[in-house]
Ligand binder design. Sequence first.
Ligand SMILES: *[C@@H]1O[C@H](CO)[C@@H](O)[C@H](O)[C@H]1NC(C)=O
Ligand SMILES: *[C@@H]1O[C@H](CO)[C@@H](O)[C@H](O)[C@H]1NC(C)=O
Ligand SMILES: *[C@@H]1O[C@H](CO)[C@@H](O)[C@H](O)[C@H]1NC(C)=O
Ligand SMILES: *[C@@H]1O[C@H](CO)[C@@H](O)[C@H](O)[C@H]1NC(C)=O
Ligand SMILES: *[C@@H]1O[C@H](CO)[C@@H](O)[C@H](O)[C@H]1NC(C)=O
Ligand SMILES: CC(=O)N[C@H]1CO[C@H](CO)[C@@H](O)[C@@H]1O
Length: 314
Amino acid sequence: MAFLLVSAFFLAAQTHGAPKEYSQQGEGVVLETLKLEIGLASNETENYSSQVKPPGTNRRIPQSIIIGVRKGGTRALLEMLDIHPEIVVAATEVHFFDWDENYVKGYDWYRNLMPFSYEHQITVEKTPGYFTSSLAPERIHGMNSSIKLLLILRDPTERVISDYTQVYYNRLESHKPVQVIEDIVIRNGALNTKYKAIQRSLYDVHMANWLKFFSLEQIHIVDGDTLIKDPLPELQKVERFLNLPPRIMSTNFYFNQTKGFYCIRSDGRERCLHESKGRPHPVVNSTVLEQLHAYFKDHNQNFYRMVNRSFNWH
Ligand SMILES: *[C@@H]1O[C@H](CO)[C@@H](O)[C@H](O)[C@H]1NC(C)=O
Ligand SMILES: *[C@@H]1O[C@H](CO)[C@@H](O)[C@H](O)[C@H]1NC(C)=O
Ligand SMILES: *[C@@H]1O[C@H](CO)[C@@H](O)[C@H](O)[C@H]1NC(C)=O
Ligand SMILES: *[C@@H]1O[C@H](CO)[C@@H](O)[C@H](O)[C@H]1NC(C)=O
Ligand SMILES: *[C@@H]1O[C@H](CO)[C@@H](O)[C@H](O)[C@H]1NC(C)=O
Ligand SMILES: CC(=O)N[C@H]1CO[C@H](CO)[C@@H](O)[C@@H]1O
């Protein structure tokens, strides 16, 4: 319930705000975003092509893609990058490279889902499922081998809990039975390593697939735990990575004490975000937490070596 309320607020903020350089989010598109966020698949993409094309603009395939990770803070990152006047963002999670039924539709279909942009602007798309897809790296490389990839990660154990929480609320919404997290994570006294949420947190395993096709220099990792606490420095690193002039300012953010997280202020629009979009996480049994930490430890070390950088994960 809390989740739906926050989403509704977020929607209102977007629809009533002044347009950035031109209106890139029709009402149908915003609704589509909400539907995707609450996990309802839909194919109403015709609406995009009926949008008015501002003079001098075109739809372009992305020069940068936020590839994941699911529950890593991809929505927050995209919304924060959208502050930048030289960045335009796709309104929906496109699932072009990870879903066969979309990939077969081809690049023109993909391009038609992108917003109108001026030539100097960078188009960014985010689909969190790409990072854990075994097909996405080769397919993205096939489209543009020099593309710049953004990957936002957070503590893998926290990510599992957030992933569980999202599924939990989705199931509640659709009146399906739910289980406490301990009963899913532990099977016959041992960690259930087949659990998809745990698999998705094996960052080293997934990263290895990307490094087969892309150099480390092409993949910028955003620290999702830091982005939520102190957005500006992480965003400035992204600006440098994308060779963009620094345009995102501390005045674009204000901390909401009640909510406990940052809200975005730009072009007269105010939007509040949260990594869990307002859904409270369960308190997880400490023994189970320790089992998760222990399981991810070696994978994390392996990941740090792979990317030549370490993170403050358990
Ligand atoms: C896609 O949309 C059309 C009409 O809008 C509908 O008939 C069709 O069932 C939809 N397909 C899927 C897979 O949702
Ligand atoms: C490929 O990506 C690079 C880096 O963002 C960009 O400079 C280039 O224009 C892209 N090429 C195409 C065809 O989009
Ligand atoms: C902060 O969040 C609270 C609770 O959602 C809300 O009532 C209040 O209007 C917000 N304040 C600002 C300045 O956004
Ligand atoms: C956590 O679970 C273990 C069994 O897996 C149990 O022995 C322990 O009492 C639980 N701890 C708490 C605080 O509930
Ligand atoms: C690893 O990172 C350090 C700085 O953090 C850098 O000096 C070094 O060249 C990097 N090594 C590789 C193999 O990229
Ligand atoms: C052309 C087209 O598909 N238009 C649709 C866009 O979305 C609105 C709201 O969802 C529909 O009412 C239109 O028919």
